[in-house]
Structures are given as C-alpha cells and as structure tokens.
Design a protein around this ligand. Structure first.
Ligand code: COS
Length: 372
C-alpha cells in the first residue's frame, strides 16, 4: 500500500462507491441493461477512483497496485461487469501511458482519464491471431509526421464507448516490429461494430475496432518504434493481477451467496454444506494471497510476468470452481437466470479467457520452469 496517501480515506471512498453506485445497479448490469461503461467510469471519477494509479500531479489518487486490487476485488464482489470495465480503464487502458508515456502525452490524456471524462481501452488482439499476439497484422505506415493505421482488432473491452485506444500495430517484422499508438475514437477512420452478445459480463461492452487509414500523429506513438510488444506484454503482466483481483471478488460474491443460502437452510448453517463452504473459503483466500503478493511485487518495481500468470491462473480457475459450488449450494433458486450465483458462474468463465487465456498462463509458467 502507498504510504503517503490517506489509506482510511481511500478505503472509505471505495466502500462508498461500491455501496452507492455498484450494488444498486448489479442486477441491471447482469442483464446488460445498466449504464454504459463510460457512465461507470464517470461515476468512479466523481468518487475520485477513475485514476487510482495516476499520480496526483495528473489528477489521480496516486495509490499503489496493492490499493488498486482491493478496489477491483470490492467492486467485483458486488458486480463483475463494473469490475472489468474499471480494471481495463485503469490497468491496460491507462497504465501503459503512465509507464511509457512522455510528458506531452501524459498531460494531454491522463487528467481526462483520471477524471472519468474519457474511457480508455487496450487493442492488441486480432481475430486471426487470437492468443498469438506476435501474429498481429494491423499496420502502421509512416507518412511524414504521422502514421497511417489500417487493420481490425477483436474482442476489445470498451469498444464502441471508449474515447482512447492503445493500439498495437506493425511497423516492421516479428515481435520487435510492433509499435504502440494512442488513438482517439473520434478520429476519421476509427469505427466500432455492435457489442458482442456474450455468455456473461453482460454489462461490459466487448467488440471490434476497425482502423481504416487512420492518421495518427507520430507524437502519439507510445514509446519508441518497435517497442509495442514490450508495452503490450508489460501492460498485460500487471493487468493480469487486476483480473486476478476481479476473480477473487467474483469468488467472494459467490461464497457470500452460498453462506446466505446455507444459513437459510438451518440455524448456524446446514451441516451438509460445511465441507463445500470450507473448500470455497480456502481457495478464495489462497487466490487473494497470490493476488496480493503479485501486486506487492509490482509495487516493488519487480518484473511480475511469472507471479501474475500464477495469480491469474489460480484465481480465475478458483472463481469458476467457487461459483459452480455456489450454484449447487443455492439450488434450486440458482437455476434462475438472474440468481446471483448463476450470474457469477457465467461471469467467472470469461476471466479464464481474457487478458491471456489460462492455457497461455500455463505456457508462461512452464517456460519459466524450463528456461536455463
Ligand atoms: N514482458 C516484457 N517482454 C516480454 C514479455 C513480458 N511479459 N513476454 C515476452 N516478452 C518479449 C520477449 O522477451 C521477446 O523479446 P526478445 O526477442 O528480445 O527476447 C519478445 O517479447 C517475444 O516473446 P516470445 O518469444 O515469448 O513470444 P511468443 O510469441 O513466443 O509468446 C506470449 C508470447 C504467448 C507470452 C504472448 O503472445 C502472450 O502473452 N499472448 C497472449 C496475449 C494476451 O494476453 N491477449 C489478451 C489480450 S488483452 S484482452
């Protein structure tokens, strides 16, 4: 946790935001009928939480990653769609600008993002390449003081509502031929399709971003030419810690529902539910500790590739298992589409897929073991 910020004040702001904004809209978010992602980030901005990692000099809270994961877990416990909207905005949407942006880029964009006036998104994945990020085909061709971007990105969180996209595009061959760009949604040639109809996380928009001859000033290249893959991978390293926190929150929310159902069945809880409840608590608690450890490493400035992969893999597998047990323990009511355990079960599955599938996390972990 950051030592020079008011921790009690931050914790109170987080609780206030969850109670006043997130909990009341959770049922409508689950139906995909809630406020748009931008409205969620706007509300976070009003609570001083849309730039939690951004330094106060740029209008943010100046908090640490350890604070950030507590925020994401608390939001996800109430509603997973709001959590992923905020996580992507704060983490992969804003953090690359904090780490790789120059002063001009920071002063042009950070304040609006931290105030919640603008929603940020991260555009790496393409339909053809999927998990093989190096295979991306979107091209950026230098033309005087700018680049012309052409291509299409897929499965982009916030597409259609975001104001600023961090776009990875090819300026050469291989992983060192990728560059990162700050692309404003309002620029000519930027279009988005309809949001995908997903299994869960209905309140979070996911869709395509099409770039058709988009003229991007060279001043909007994030980092040096050829550094884009490093920008993307390091953003994902820390982003995966946020997704891990989201998974812990979903697991905790599912556990809350199961405990409540068990209490209703018998005074002090039903004895037959006890082993399942205990297992759910153990896994959720272990996932939380892995997430906190990875966040502390980010705060210490350590490379977190391995520990983020471990936390993301374990926590997201945990939230699926815990949510599934919650569906069992809350039956038969949990058979209803809108029961909180059913909603969490559907939401949990997506966490195993985005910000690097869990198969990719296993590749990252195993490669570490096999490296000389
Ligand atoms: N941080 C910094 N640099 C990294 C890195 C990281 N976490 N991971 C890889 N790199 C560097 C490597 O060091 C290598 O550089 P050198 O050639 O100088 O050694 C370069 O990037 C290429 O790495 P690598 O050879 O490992 O690339 P691969 O194509 O074999 O695999 C994986 C990379 C699979 C790890 C990558 O494609 C990946 O993470 N894919 C999933 C993408 C993802 O998460 N998508 C979700 C998008 S957001 S919803």
């Amino acid at each position: 946790m950051s030592t020079d910020i008011d921790q009690a004040g931050l914790a109170a702001r987080i609780t206030g935001f969850v109670d006043a904004v997130v909990t009341p809209i959770a049922p409508t978010m689950a139906r995909g009928a809630g406020p748009s992602p931008k409205r969620i980030v706007e509300a976070a901005g009003e609570a001083g939480l849309a730039g939690i990692l951004t330094p106060p000099a740029f209008g943010g809270a100046g908090a640490s990653h350890s604070d950030f994961i507590e925020f994401i877990e608390a939001v996800a416990r109430a509603d997973a769609s709001c959590a992923v909207i905020l996580d992507v905005h704060l983490s992969v949407g804003t953090e690359p600008l904090l780490v790789f942006g120059n002063n001009d880029q920071k002063s042009r964009y950070l304040r609006r993002l931290a105030a919640g006036e603008w929603l940020a998104a991260f555009a790496l994945t393409e339909a053809a390449g999927g998990s093989d990020a190096v295979a991306l085909r979107t091209r950026a061709v230098r033309d005087g003081d700018s680049y012309l971007l052409d291509g299409a990105k897929a499965f982009i969180t916030g597409a259609g509502d975001a104001d600023l996209y961090i776009v990875m595009a090819r300026t050469g061959d291989g992983p060192h031929g990728v560059s990162a760009f700050l692309v404003e949604a309002a620029w000519p040639g930027v279009t988005t399709g309809m949001p995908l109809s997903k299994m869960g996380l209905h309140g979070s928009w996911t869709g395509e971003l099409v770039l058709d001859g988009v003229r991007v000033p060279a001043a909007n290249r994030l980092g040096d030419e050829g550094m884009g893959f490093t920008v993307a991978m390091s953003a994902l390293d820390s982003g995966r810690v946020g997704i891990s926190a989201q998974a812990v929150g979903i697991a905790q929310g599912a556990l809350d529902a199961a405990v409540e159902a068990s209490r209703r069945r018998g005074e002090g809880g039903s004895a037959t539910d006890m082993p399942a409840l205990a297992d759910m608590e153990v896994r959720t608690s272990a996932a939380r500790q892995l997430t906190r450890y990875a966040a502390a490493l980010v705060d210490a400035g350590e490379r977190v590739t391995l520990d983020a992969a471990i936390a993301k893999l374990y926590s997201t597998d945990t939230c699926v298992a815990v949510a599934q047990s919650a569906v069992d323990l809350c039956a038969p009511e949990s058979g209803a589409d809108d029961h909180s355990a059913a909603v969490r079960f559907r939401d949990a599955k997506a966490c195993q897929i985005y910000e690097g599938t869990n198969q990719i996390q296993r590749v990252v972990i195993a490669r570490h073991l096999l490296r000389d």
